[in-house]
Design a protein. Structure first.
Length: 248
């Protein structure tokens, strides 16, 4: 049955727009799956250090990107359905999802870049206090600090001297200067000697901020670049919606 009303021709014709959106949906599905994989990897690799972060910016950025990735996959499937049926209501829902994904990715990208710049200063202020007040009293913090000191070959927050006034130091009965995880070669009771040949003197702020900063940079780039991709999809979907409306 022929369509009533005027239809666009050329690059704004229904077949051309449908083809463009079909290619875009394949790309959207692939990117959505990729974003979910990257964010889950980021969560898993940062899980040990999570108790050391006083700001919620990092988990918020990861959460927004993970949600955006899942919504992208949903939008990709919905977009294919809208193209197959040429249904304006489904297409309108598809456009709404793309707008939501665009906002989530853009905000996550901005949050990641802003937090990356603030991270060294925040850790310099918070990490020594966390070590001093919560190590040995909070199991998750104890595990996170030990893991951090072994992984980054460091001791304490700003320096190994952070342990001198810590609650952990006040609670131990033996003449232990630093936790064993500060030692260059970790063995039982190795923290009794704080000679530079035995323990790391450098604090962990630099290593941890660099480690987290690299991931934040990746998340920021993902969020900003993929938000631009949504603009393309929104343009194509909006044009198709207008053309379908005129063709009725």
């Amino acid at each position: 049955m022929p369509r009533r009303g005027s239809t666009s021709t050329g690059c704004c014709s229904i077949p051309v727009l449908k083809f463009g959106l079909a290619v875009y949906n394949i790309l959207l599905l692939a990117c959505g799956i990729g974003v979910v994989a990257v964010t889950l990897w980021s969560l898993v690799t940062k899980y040990d250090q999570a108790p050391l972060l006083t700001s919620h910016a990092y988990p918020a950025a990861v959460g927004m990107l993970l949600t955006a990735g899942l919504l992208s996959v949903t939008a990709g499937v919905l977009g294919c359905l809208a193209l197959a049926r040429e249904d304006r209501c489904t297409l309108l829902l598809y456009i709404f999802l793309l707008i939501l994904v665009l906002v989530l990715e853009a905000v996550a990208g901005v949050v990641s870049y802003v937090y990356q710049d603030q991270l060294p200063h925040l850790l310099t202020d918070s990490l020594p206090a966390t070590i001093s007040e919560r190590y040995s009293l909070d199991e998750s913090v104890t595990f996170a600090v030990d893991s951090m000191q072994i992984k980054f070959r460091c001791c304490g927050g700003v320096s190994y001297m952070d342990w001198a006034e810590s609650k952990w130091k006040q609670s131990v009965t033996a003449d232990v200067r630093v936790p064993d995880s500060c030692c260059k070669t970790v063995t039982e009771a190795c923290g009794m000697r704080d000679h530079p040949s035995n323990i790391w003197y450098t604090g962990c702020v630099h290593g941890l901020s660099k480690f987290l900063g690299e991931h934040l940079q990746l998340l920021g780039a993902l969020g900003c670049c993929l938000s631009l991709l949504q603009v393309l999809g929104l343009t194509l979907a909006s044009c198709l919606y207008v053309v379908l409306s005129r063709a009725i």
